[in-house]
Design a protein around this ligand. Sequence first.
Ligand code: SF4
Length: 315
Amino acid sequence: MKQIAPDYYDRFKCIADACKHNCCIGWEIDVDEYTMEYYSSVKGEFGDRLKNNISLEDDAPHFCMAENERCPFLNEKNLCDIILTLGEDALCDICADHPRFRNYFSDREEIGLGLCCESAGQLILNNTEKVQLVCIYDDGETEKLTEEEREILTLREKAFGLIQNREKKIQDRINDVYALIGAEKKEIKISDWADVFLSMERLDESWTELLLKIKGTPFEWVRYSEIQFETAFEQLLWYFIYRQFSLSAEDGRIKERMIFALHSVEFIMLLCDFHKNAYGTIELSDIVENSRMYSSEMEYSTENVEKYLDFCLNN
Ligand code: SF4
């Protein structure tokens, strides 16, 4: 099977202790069977520490969160004691793989870097080139795409072409993708849009606070006033189509998933517009942060994504 990835994939580097939103804080991390077997074999003081900080209760072994929902192996310098003591190879699958995501088609595994990671966000949004997909591994074995997969990939290719058309403004490129899937773009009142996200599962207090501020804005409709950074929004569109639309090969929700991808970028544009109005200015790093927050809250909750897909269907 082939492994496909965006061409920036290999340039990713975790910024570890320099990361403001460390992925070892706030998420429950399951330990896979193979790693659990290895951890159980570690002797001495560190072996005891491993055993004492992994819970075997519930569905799968997982690290017991320490104070402030920190991973018990994240030390006071925000470095991982498992890596420092046993080496990087000792990480469990989830830790070693994060922030990568994977989608599957019959003939390929598609890998990407999740926007919930600020280092991935910086890499993605600072990229000024038009993204391309590259094959990073091929074992020579292949299966045929199904008819539906072929249609999805063809539609995705067309959508990539439309959003990378730099002759046009970003809003026009978005409208072109709505037209491509035969969807009518519906304006959503800002307060109604905030309510949709407020009705969902939320992780971080600051996300709730931001949504409440947006809900209380005196403006009824989104204006996206003078937002520059067209290339950054192009990269975001590419990312959400690559990650979210591609999943329609699994659930068949082709139209909703494309609208979800477009809405995701439009909502991040609204967050950026809001930021600019509030602070008088906006930097690329603010777009990275808004994207990180949106991605963490939405993309990593299957329940939230499903709810949003239903919202797209009903609207
Ligand atoms: S969120 Fe990204 S940069 Fe931060 S610690 Fe995790 S992998 Fe590293």
